[in-house]
Design a binder for this molecule. Structure first.
Ligand code: KG4
Ligand code: ZN
Length: 359
């Protein structure tokens, strides 16, 4: 097994979706730097992430973002012990930019490189939180973001049992689509949370979907129910299938946006809480790790804290959404376990958390 100093310093790169990010992390929990170049403004006109725009933007800025992470950390490549990069899941064109850049760096520096699962990265964002006191395993992880809604049991470092996930839209995707429908700015999650503060969550009774598996989620019916409730006529036909069409339908005159936002948010968070509660109970979880972009949602945090008889941990706000520090934290535990990726590894658009993450 190769040596891994306890204070290992890792440069990590993340480009799986629409953030170009690089960070330097020491000992799996100290961030020496954490740089995130967001593409939100570029994608806002489309109301969602546009893959070709994303990969091109990554290619344009990655070199500068990595240089900035290194200079902000105040270290040189000679001070690094390893490199890490998000290998998947994600948009393949975006992933390739980070993976190829990291491989180039590994060849140039001779440093070992680790390809990291993005979902595992979201979990390890918790290890960077100052108040995270490393609870005993097994831990339940609820990863809710724009691209994923996953429920997994973390049995120990690198060993996961996937319990379930969304069978259609991801939680953040539902926030984004409903936000677009209501004419709110992109991304929809923060905008809906803000609008909901002035609304009545009992104004509409939106469905809390049941799924065949007790640990799965489904949000597309909820999105459709919101659409039916607030539009003059649910439009049908060819045009409706076009990207971004939710915002083109006419809203009813009597729609009070804060009420819709609050009722939608209440239904979505209820579904997340009910399923998470069931899994925590059934698998005897010692704590809940709530992570991913939607974990920034305050009502979700509060409901989980009330419903679960367990400590609930969530990352500081900047680490809820995509960043490279979480990839560096996950990489530290792999490095410590003696793992390295072969330099010919490939980006993986789909990659579920499983027992074999460390295999
Ligand atoms: O983790 P993330 O940055 O990217 C993915 O891996 O997808 O998550 C972004 C998602 C978006 O869908 C955004 O609307 C959602 O997280 N989000 C929120 C909040 N802040 C971000 N959803 C609900 N409430 C929020 N406060
Ligand atoms: Zn993410």
């Amino acid at each position: 097994m190769l040596q891994c100093p306890v204070m290992s310093t890792i440069l990590a790169i993340e480009t799986s979706c629409d953030e170009t990010a690089a960070a330097v992390v020491r000992a799996g929990r100290h961030m020496l730097s954490n740089v995130v170049a967001s593409q939100i403004d570029l994608h806002a006109p489309y109301g969602g992430v546009f893959p070709e725009v994303a990969s091109r933007a990554h290619a344009e800025v990655i070199s500068a973002v990595v240089a900035q992470a290194m200079s902000a950390a105040g270290i040189d490549y000679a001070d690094l012990d390893a490199l890490a990069v998000t290998q998947g899941p994600g948009l393949v064109g975006s992933l390739l930019v980070g993976v190829n850049f990291a491989k180039g760096l590994a060849l140039a520096t001779g440093l070992p490189l680790l390809g990291i699962n993005h979902l595992e990265g979201h979990i390890y964002a918790l290890w960077l939180a100052p108040d995270f006191d490393r609870p005993a395993f097994p831990l339940l992880a609820l990863i809710v973001s724009g691209g994923h809604s996953e429920l997994a049991l973390m049995k120990r470092h690198g060993v996961y049992q996937r319990l379930g996930g969304t069978i259609d839209d991801a939680a953040g995707e539902a926030f984004d689509k409903v936000g677009r429908l209501l004419g709110l700015p992109f991304p929809g999650g923060p905008a809906i949370e803000k609008a909901a503060r002035g609304g009545d969550a009992s104004a509409y009774r939106f469905p809390r979907a049941k799924t065949d598996s007790p640990y799965d989620f489904s949000f597309s019916g909820l999105k459709t129910a919101v659409m039916r409730a607030v539009t003059v006529q649910p439009s049908r036909g060819r045009n409706q299938r076009r990207r971004g069409d939710e915002r083109k339908v006419a809203l009813r005159d009597d729609v009070h946006i804060p009420d819709v936002a609050a009722s939608f948010q209440d239904a979505l968070t209820d579904a997340l809480v009910t399923t998470t509660y069931r899994a925590a109970r059934d698998f005897d979880a010692q704590a809940l790790l709530l992570t991913g972009g939607v974990s920034a949602n305050t009502p979700l945090r509060q409901k989980l804290e009330v419903a679960l008889d367990l400590p609930v941990y969530y990352p500081p706000l900047p680490l809820c959404t995509d960043n490279a520090a979480m990839i560096g934290a996950a990489a530290y535990f792999r490095l410590r376990a003696g793992l390295r990726s072969p330099l010919d590894f490939e980006a993986r658009a789909n990659w579920r958390l499983s027992e074999d993450v460390y295999a």
